[in-house]
Design a protein around this ligand. Structure first.
Ligand code: ATP
Length: 576
């Protein structure tokens, strides 16, 4: 467990946990020692030795006060530590996830991640502040009380120790089998989380295609599966918990029986029997709690292992030193092969150069691999073979932040953060002056859209930008990308959702940046393509044409067909 914790926490936090454990042990010993003082107190009481009783009562009072103070100190330390640990685990999880290859973020991990970041991290934090103190005290109490019984009569001590070992061994087996049985319930919970996220995200599609979105079948099935898994966990756990409780009661009965037998046979006086019964009650209470908490600890250990498994997912190897990029903006692909999954090739032997400051149009049929090329330029994935270079430097040799400084992206699926239009644009460069960001917004024609809104720049865009139209979202995203002022601008279908007027405005932006910024754009707009300096045509993951639009036309391949189809469509629209 400590090993898993090491991968989640900072070394100084591990040290803090160690010193906290020592404090817990001291506090647990103090509590158990206080319990032990009940022996002389009870004995003095039973033998009417009131003088000694008074002295023992003073010692007991001091011990109780000390235990309370230690408890208070330990509680405060525990709470502070649990808050720190919760924050650390959640932020390290976040930091790690931004370095994972995008391929890891399939839909099916969102439920697992959200469970780990909330339930798992909270479980770990509360284990430190609540479970561990109780657990240590549960360990200390049976240990010390059985030691005290040993002092009263060695036979009682032996029975207590033997009983404790038997109960703990049984409980360890029981908690292991409960944890094994919990796996299907955990899987069902993760699946349910995934379905709930999907249900919330895909409401529009659900309403359009499912007559009753409330009865979305995969969600209903996931709920049923979760219920079934929960019930079956309960059914298998209940008898085990019962056995665990019974085993403690058996040990208690055995202790009482042996105590009574020893008293009746004259081996133990009544005052000692009374002291023993007090100890036996405390002993069995502690033992019962220990059994229950061992099970909870096992569950939390599983949660820690699940978080650690995410933290151990290999990140994309990253260079630590920034490189000197003398003329940033040039992009080169050298014999690149790529597939999202092992053995599944999407791009084959892709080689091309994009000169610095040029405008390059990327065209090709749907599914040919155009967006994948842009994702590789952003290093969302590494190629299986070959090299991708920016200004002659392999992407793998650039630290992630330096690479991200080089590139701005307007993707196919524009994502805006819940907040105002202004905030969404300023994400592109939070330090930009008002004049600069407004200039970027004007270039992307966001000012026109803002002019129609009552709240102007403060207009809220909603989660993911849902309160804006597709074209409006793209203009805000374009302004954000322009504000970043990166040497490379990648545009993926950025004009597909814009109307004719906005397409023209969009082309204006491209014209304005030509020569200063390297632009690679995926577009299906004929006019935009014709204004590109160079074209790259990709079919089935292979570059089949490259050169100026005029060069590509002469090869009478995909680009020729593309122009023909667009002109026909235009003619159809004009006459239809
Ligand atoms: N995350 C992914 N995992 C597995 N396969 C993927 C993934 N993303 C894309 N693909 C597959 O890779 C291929 C290329 O996809 P890509 O999105 O690059 O095509 P595209 O040329 O941009 O298409 P479009 O013009 O329709 O957007 C497709 O067959 C697609 O199914």
């Amino acid at each position: 467990m400590l090993n898993s914790l090491r991968s989640l926490l900072m070394p100084d936090q591990i040290r803090l946990i160690r010193s906290y454990l020592i404090l817990l042990a001291v506090s647990g010993l103090s509590e158990a020692g206080t319990t032990l003082l009940l022996i002389p107190v009870t004995q003095s009481l039973m033998t009417h030795a009131y003088g000694r009783l008074e002295s023992w009562m003073i010692v007991l009072t001091i011990a109780v006060v000390m235990t309370c103070l230690l408890r208070y100190w330990q509680t405060m330390r525990g709470l502070g530590l649990s808050v720190t640990v919760l924050r650390t685990v959640q932020s390290r999880l976040g930091q790690h996830m931004v370095r994972l290859p995008l391929g890891w973020f399939t839909r099916e991990v969102s439920g697992q991640v959200s469970r780990c970041a909330t339930y798992g991290a909270m479980g770990l934090a509360s284990a430190l502040s609540h479970l561990l103190p109780a657990l240590l005290s549960d360990i200390a109490v049976p240990l010390l009380t059985s030691g005290a019984m040993m002092l009263l009569d060695w036979r009682l001590g032996i029975v207590a120790l033997g009983g404790a070992i038997g109960v703990l061994a049984a409980n360890s087996r029981i908690s292991k089998s409960i944890i094994r049985g919990e796996a299907p319930s955990h899987e069902a919970t993760v699946t349910l989380n995934n379905r709930v996220i999907e249900f919330a995200r895909c409401q529009a599609t659900l309403r359009a295609f499912c007559h009753e979105s409330a009865a979305y079948k995969p969600l209903t099935q996931a709920l049923e599966a979760k219920n079934k898994a929960g019930q079956s966990l309960l059914a298998t756990t209940f008898p085990k918990v019962l056995i665990s409780g019974l085993s403690v009661q058996l040990v208690f009965a055995l202790l009482v029986g042996v105590g009574l037998y020893l008293t009746l046979s004259g081996g133990l006086g009544v005052p000692r029997l009374m002291a023993f019964l007090v100890l036996a009650t405390r002993f069995s209470g502690g033992l019962a709690m220990l059994g229950a908490r061992m099970g909870v600890l096992g569950m939390i250990r599983r949660e820690i292992e699940r978080i650690a498994a995410i933290m151990n997912e290999p990140t994309l190897p990253e260079a630590s030193h920034r490189k000197n990029l003398t003329a940033p903006g040039a992009i080169s692909f050298r014999s690149v092969d790529f597939g999202f999954h092992y053995g599944d090739a999407i791009l084959h032997d892709v080689t091309f150069d994009v000169p610095q400051g040029s405008v390059t149009g990327l065209i090709g049929p749907s599914g040919a691999g155009k967006s994948t090329l842009l994702k590789l330029m952003m290093r969302f994935y590494d190629p299986a073979k070959g090299q991708i270079l920016i200004n002659g430097v392999d992407l793998r040799e650039l630290p992630a932040d330096q690479l991200m400084d080089q590139i701005a992206l307007v993707s196919q699926d524009v994502f805006l953060f819940a907040g105002s239009i202004e905030e969404n644009i300023r994400i592109g460069n939070p330090d930009a002056s008002e004049e600069t960001w407004r200039h970027a917004a004007r270039l992307a024609r966001v000012d026109a859209l803002v002019a129609q809104r009552r709240h102007g720049w403060a207009t809220q865009v909603g989660e993911g930008g849902c309160q804006l139209s597709g074209g409006e979202r793209q203009r805000v995203a374009l302004a954000r990308a322009l504000l970043k002022d990166a040497p490379i601008l990648l545009l993926d279908e950025a004009s597909s959702a814009l109307d004719a007027l906005n397409v023209a405005a969009f082309q204006d932006v491209v014209r304005q940046l030509r020569g200063k910024t390297t632009i690679v754009m995926i577009t299906h707009q004929l006019e935009t393509v014709m204004h590109a300096d160079y074209l790259l045509t990709i079919e089935a993951g292979r570059i089949v044409e490259r050169g100026t639009p005029a060069d590509c036309l002469t090869s009478r391949g995909y680009f020729d067909r593309f122009c023909h189809e667009r002109r026909q469509a235009l003619g159809w629209r004009l006459t239809g």
